[in-house]
Design a protein around this ligand. Sequence first.
Ligand code: FE2
Length: 257
Amino acid sequence: MGDAQNGLETWGELVRSARAAHPQAAFYVMAGDLVNWGERRDDWDLLFHNARGVYDTRPLVAAIGNHEVDEGHADLYVAQFDLPRNGPDGIEPERVYSMEYSDALFVVLDSNLEPEPQVEWLDQTLGASEATWKFVVFHHPLYSPRPGDRGQPELKAAWTPVFEKHGVDLVLTGDDHAYMRSHPLRGDQVMESPADGPIYILSVAGTKMYGQEDAPYVARRFTDIATYQVIDIEGGRLEYTSYDIDGQVMDAFSVEK
Ligand SMILES: [Fe+2]
């Protein structure tokens, strides 16, 4: 899921409908801005209350968004989660980490921090893993068709060559409050096959929405619809499906290896 952040009661309906429709999900991934006020306990209580029956039964794999950071610190976020402490030296533990589940590697980066100090660790972590499937999760999208695109040129320059080098499959982000799936991309160019470059996903799970316009890298986009995504892996086949709150399929594709 992308940002919950606002409208946590409506978001709660979305996440509980995800749980009901896909009870086999082993864990939940959120790409930052879980809440609007990351330094306020009330907001977190609202998040977990609305995810009752879901986040008390399955792990939550979270990335840090800008709303979890206050003057550079993410104290309450770090204090309340118990995330892997295997990130780069020199970065506060739990802000950047990796985990493997079955044959899939998830690397969680912190796009609020400078990208360069995460590069060497990212390169080593992706290179050392023998997982068939590799996913990277962080908050700020490297590709976003938002009008007047805010862009993330520094993050993109630092990280995309590493994603491409190690065959990252999906890059999962949020922040721009809309839905977008890119074509496979390599060096900013559209590739035919997912084998040739990562697919970049931007999504939103809450009620705050922004507009979009066309861009050459877009494979599918829509606005004003909160979604959750299911990633289903069976050996060398990955099926990705995006659902709205009513369980309607909004986007789907598969990848074979
Ligand atoms: Fe954000």
